[in-house]
Design a protein around this ligand. Structure first.
Ligand SMILES: Nc1ncnc2c1ncn2[C@@H]1O[C@H](COP(=O)(O)OP(=O)(O)OP(=O)(O)O)[C@@H](O)[C@H]1O
Length: 928
């Protein structure tokens, strides 16, 4: 496969003009050899390419014919020419214009069996490979390549990347012309990804065609690659600019259909529709070939509407006319050549499509991000009704507002810090005879005021406080005589902080946003607990403040969350005036986290995780404060690193906690095929069915991971009881166990479905093994206590997705996993599964399966086609259920499941659990 490089590259780039220019459609003719069938039927080849540009009709018996015998085009290719040659010497220059922001289209036109698909498959493949080479050779330019595919049949447009057969609508966009509504666009990551997409298109096409019981030559197929790239060098304007263009690969229906519409019924309708598209195309080309005078009827058919820019518009266009040399097809061949003659007179005017500056691109990407986020949040099909720009604006405003609040709160905190410090010193002076409680042990390191026993020392020589009482100049504080007692002053400060902070949290416009509401509630909740405490002992209160200042500092230094009230309660301290300085820290973190969660692609997961983080932090705080020596049992601040040794630098800022993957919990690679590395690796070279990962190992791995999470939670809950009601309340308030709590509520069925859908999407995005998906799907059917396993899965997948999206590799069980390796693994897994079909299904069953899945009974590699279809649609529950049923049968899940019952008594769940299943019902029942 020839890549563009070196001199070629320079030459080729020069070939691409950056300015608009008129040029004729490039017309190429490809003559195929006689097929075996034609040879067997003693067909004669009547056509010959006599040089690079001329094709000649050689049938001397028909010399009297009025038709011309020689036709000249930009290039003609003989029967022995390869598709590579057709590409290199013809289509390439047109197709690759797209990387320089010039739209282009390649059509294949000809009668049935003349070689259109044969040619277009090669042309598409070579183009994409070269585009990838080009992208790699130009790393300085940021490229985004998107792939989409449609089929037009009977004037209905269908998305070949989706199993949804509902026809897509064409819409008129004032800026972009005709656009296809809700078309699936997949971002291309690499060459293998494209192959996967092409095979998906092929499978969809076959499903559609089989459903119609018709042959594919009756439909038009358009594959589109849309490319966006930054380009500084071409426009020379100094500023980087974004170019956007697309290349269409159009495989038209057999052209003879246009002339054969005189049949009845369905065929008549079909003939008319094919007529409509192909005849309109012919008319458009004919009119264009005579100049642009008068009305051009692009809108008379779907095909011409969609391809309007490519036909005489802003695009470079090549038409490859494919011919059969057989004498019996002479009329069709002539028609094709006449079409080609018209086409070579058509002029297009292509220009570089500069769409936006860097700044605009960033804006665009932000919008795209917001759209994806909301798609993930809103289950079900992407809602076109959602007002994304408005959503984006709303989020921008929220972020801005919270940024402001953070700045404000930080200021307050700094001020408070210095005042509290002042106060403490002052109180230390004033109350040097007071006996602080030993058990408070504040370990306060501010200045020289703590001693080894943790009591507040008064023996500090600080001339500023020599008089024992600090004079406050701040007008916020009541300083009528400059002689307020420390307790009074402190009370005023606290009151002031309390009112200031409440003001700063409230929406200045009088209303509150949702997010603000949330953290306000949390703050209020903490405040309420605080205010319910006894209000005495200034020195105790001050000691608590000291304690919290220390905690706050620790948290700023790296801890993610501190639950101040837990510490307060545990130590039996009480707070004067019901408001702790630590609350400021808490609120700062809350605001920060709320902002983070807005930016998260999984805001709900984020907030849930956030609560968990807090609960674990509570626990850590708790254990740190307790006498338990076993601190290793707690959640260490850097436990994420421990969990994922392959985690890249800078990950510590991540807010979603992830579960440990200890070496014994071999969920992913070896046990479950979870996934990514896929156990299929291990199947290589062995008999397939013996080696598919057993459900036992899958369950063992999953159980271990879930157990760990459960233990963490139970540990906290256990301590919860020991420490009594107050602590329980605190723990509940910070959401110690949201998963199990939620699963007990009436919302759980909905939540279950939401998570299920999120997991489906993530499986697909991360190329998770279909065997793993099947085990998981069949084992977790909505029981309330399944929530913990779903949580485990969601977190693991979210981590993988994030890692992959950064282009990083994840490490599981010492194995490096990348998106590419996962894609390869799932490909191999599908091959293995396809091999098992022969063994697990009878011939009759297989036949029924192929029919059900719309795979032609005699098509090549039909078992692999079926395997490729499995788990390919994350939105259709029937599809998922059927896929799981087939995979289950292939990997003998039912038999393994029996053993599983014995092994676990299906007791992933605590004894109190009731098995309440819904959703993924009938998964086994629908087998075959
Ligand atoms: N240039 C060629 N050299 C060798 N074989 C070819 C060539 N062109 C086509 N064929 C073979 O001819 C057969 C028909 O080709 P193909 O399916 O591409 O035709 P088509 O024009 O796309 O037909 P339809 O309109 O029915 O889709 C295939 O078996 C293909 O392998």
């Amino acid at each position: 496969m020839g890549a563009i490089g070196g001199e070629d590259l320079v030459k080729w780039e020069k070939m691409q003009g950056a300015t608009a220019r008129e040029e004729k459609i490039l017309v190429l003719v490809r003559l195929r050899p006689l097929s075996e069938k034609e040879v067997a039927a003693s067909e004669v080849a009547d056509w010959e390419c006599i040089n690079d540009t001329t094709i000649l009709y050689r049938n001397t018996l028909r010399e009297g014919s009025t038709f011309p015998t020689a036709y000249t085009f930009d290039k003609v290719f003989r029967g022995d020419c390869s598709t590579r040659q057709v590409y290199d010497e013809g289509a390439q220059q047109i197709a690759l214009s797209v990387v320089n922001g010039i739209n282009s289209s390649i059509f294949a036109y000809g009668q049935t069996s003349s070689g259109k698909t044969y040619t277009m498959n090669g042309i598409t493949e070579f183009t994409v490979a070269e585009i990838f080479d080009y992208v790699h050779a130009h790393e300085e330019r940021a490229f985004v390549v998107k792939f989409s595919a449609i089929e037009i049949y009977n004037e209905a447009v269908r998305d070949l990347l989706s199993t949804d057969n509902t026809p897509l609508r064409l819409l008129d966009d004032p800026e972009r012309g005709t656009i296809i509504e809700k078309i699936t666009e997949e971002t291309l990551r690499d060459w293998n990804h494209l192959k996967e997409l092409l095979s998906m298109c092929e499978a969809q096409r076959q499903i559609g065609e089989t459903a119609l019981n018709e042959k594919s030559s009756r439909s038009h197929q358009i594959i589109k690659l849309a490319i966006e790239s930054s380009a500084r060098e071409f426009l020379g304007k100094g500023n980087s600019t974004t170019l956007a263009a697309s290349v269409n690969f159009v495989d038209l229906a057999g052209s003879e259909r246009a002339a054969q519409a005189l049949s009845a019924g369905m065929r008549l309708k079909e003939g008319c529709h094919i007529n409509r598209s192909l005849l309109t195309l012919s008319t458009v080309i004919r009119k264009l070939s005579k100049g642009r005078n008068g009305h051009i009827n692009y809108r008379d058919s779907k095909l011409t509407r969609i391809l309007q820019p490519a036909l005489g518009g802003n695009a470079r266009t090549a038409i490859i006319c494919t011919l059969s040399p057989a004498r019996s097809h002479v009329e069709q061949t002539r028609n094709t050549l006449l079409f080609a003659c018209c086409a070579k007179e058509v002029t297009t005017k292509a220009q570089v499509n500069v769409v936006m500056s860097d700044k605009a691109l960033v804006k665009h990407l932000q919008k795209e991000l917001a759209r994806l986020e909301s798609e993930l949040r809103i289950p079900g099909p992407p809602s076109s009704a959602c007002d994304y720009p408005a959503l984006l604006r709303k989020k921008d405003l929220q972020i801005e507002k919270m940024d402001k609040e953070i700045r404000e709160l930080k200021k307050q905190r700094d001020l408070a810090e210095s005042r509290v410090e002042d106060l403490l010193r002052m109180v230390g002076k004033d109350n040097d005879s007071r006996q602080p409680s030993d058990n408070l042990n504040p370990k306060w390191n501010a200045g020289d005021v703590s001693d080894d026993e943790g009591s507040v020392s008064s023996g500090v020589a600080d001339p500023y406080y020599m008089n024992g009482v600090r004079k406050f100049n701040n007008p916020h504080f009541d300083d009528r005589d400059g002689e307020s007692s420390p307790e009074e002053v402190y009370g005023q400060i606290l009151e002031k902080f309390r009112s200031d902070s409440c003001q700063s949290v409230e929406d200045p416009t009088g209303g509150t946003t949702e997010d603000t509401d949330d953290y306000c509630k949390e703050v209020r909740c903490i405040e309420m607990q605080e205010s319910s405490r006894d209000k005495n002992s200034g020195s105790l209160a001050l000691s608590t403040v000291e304690n919290e200042v220390t905690s706050g500092d620790a948290s700023l230094a790296g801890q993610e969350m501190i639950s101040t009230p837990v510490n307060v309660d545990r130590e039996g301290s009480q707070m004067q005036n019901g408001f702790a300085y630590g609350t400021f820290e808490q609120r700062l973190r809350d605001v920060q986290l709320t902002i983070d969660s807005i930016g998260s692609p999984y805001p709900e997961e984020q907030s849930r995780s956030l609560k968990l983080t807090r609960s674990w932090s509570c626990r850590e705080n708790f254990t740190a404060g307790s006498s338990s020596p076993d601190k290793s049992e707690g959640t260490p601040p850097n436990w994420l690193e421990k969990s994922f040794p392959g985690r890249p630098e800078g990950f510590s800022g991540r807010k979603v906690p992830l579960l440990h993957y200890d070496s014994s919990a071999r969920l992913s690679r070896n046990d479950s095929q979870s996934s990514l590395g896929s156990a299929v690796d291990e199947l290589e070279g062995q008999t397939a069915d013996e080696d598919i990962t057993s459900v036992h190992t899958f369950v063992t791995g999953l159980k271990k991971m879930a157990k760990k999470l459960e233990n963490d939670i139970q540990l906290v809950n256990g301590q919860d009881q020991e420490t009594g009601e107050k602590f329980a309340k605190n723990v509940k308030d910070v959401g110690v166990d949201p998963m199990l709590e939620l699963s007990e509520t009436a919302d759980w069925p909905l939540e279950f479905e939401r998570r299920q859908r999120a997991i489906f999407e993530l499986w697909q995005t991360c190329y998770i093994s279909v065997v793993h998906r099947t085990y998981f799907f069949l084992l977790f059917k909505g029981d309330p206590t399944d929530s913990i396993y779903m949580e485990v899965e969601l977190r693991r997948l979210s981590f993988l997705k994030e890692t992959f999206s950064r282009g990083d590799q994840a490490v599981e069980n010492g194995q490096a996993l990348t998106l590419a390796s996962s894609m390869k693994a799932i490909g191999r897994e599908r091959v293995k599964l396809s091999k098992l079909m022969q063994k697990r299904f009878s011939a009759e069953e297989r036949k029924r399966l192929f029919q059900k899945w719309g795979i032609a009974l005699h098509s090549k590699r039909r078992r692999l086609q079926l395997a490729n279809c499995l788990w390919s649609n994350t939105k259709d529950m029937n599809h998922i259920t059927d896929s799981a049923a087939i995979v289950a049968k292939l990997v003998m899940f039912a038999e393994q499941g029996q053993a599983l019952k014995g092994m676990f008594g299906l007791s992933f769940t605590p004894p109190k659990a009731r098995r309440r299943s819904f959703g993924w019902k009938n998964s086994m029942a629908s087998l075959i």
